[in-house]
Design a binder for this molecule. Sequence first.
Ligand code: CA
Ligand code: CA
Ligand code: CA
Length: 242
Amino acid sequence: MKNLALSLALVALASGSAFGAVTSTTAHSTDSFGFEAQLSNTDLIAGQVGVEGADNGWHPATPGEPARLIQLTDGTTGAGLNGLLNDFPGAGLPTKIVSYDLGGQDIGGINILSGNDGADGRVFMTVAIYADNSLLAYVESDLPGTLNDQGWRSTFVEIFDDASATLAAGVNDLRLEFYTVDNTGGQYRDPFAGVNPFTGIDDGLSEAFVAPLIWEVDVLPVPEPASVALLGLAGLAFARRA
Ligand SMILES: [Ca+2]
Ligand SMILES: [Ca+2]
Ligand SMILES: [Ca+2]
């Protein structure tokens, strides 16, 4: 009996470290620029123009390239309709697929800023993230059914591993597949009709077909042990001075 409990615990631990420990937090602001100070222009994909996959194109209201792809990595919230993904990709299909070359680097975390000056359902965000073609995380900014009746203009999602400083190690190709998020009523819905294959849950709502505006994607490095040690030393020096 004891052995059984132990092996069950090990199974839980193994599955947890493989996938379950990847988690996310969401914050909203009524200010489009409410998360400007938290954006990075020195992250692993800063300034990189991503490579698009076979997807649903861009919303016709967006400006032409390179403004669309640059919006995702330029380190700022941006303005206007830059970053507006296309509506109506079809149920269960991503609307925008974009890949970045990380050259084998480790990822500490991924932050995604979405929003809309119009304070509607386009502020929500759903993404599936693949590291070298294997699913790293499927993230919804909010619970299905969440209504933006709060005047939210921006959404900041932080994705990380709550058991490790490394979200993914030695990544070459990082692929983000963004989905639609809303039904024109300002209500967050998942992009699937019926059971969501990522979560196994049927939210009981028809599939979202309205796309978000993606204003920034930050792929953060793993904090250097040296700088962590320096921070510790600085803290110690500070404590001694006090
Ligand atoms: Ca941006
Ligand atoms: Ca950035
Ligand atoms: Ca659904």
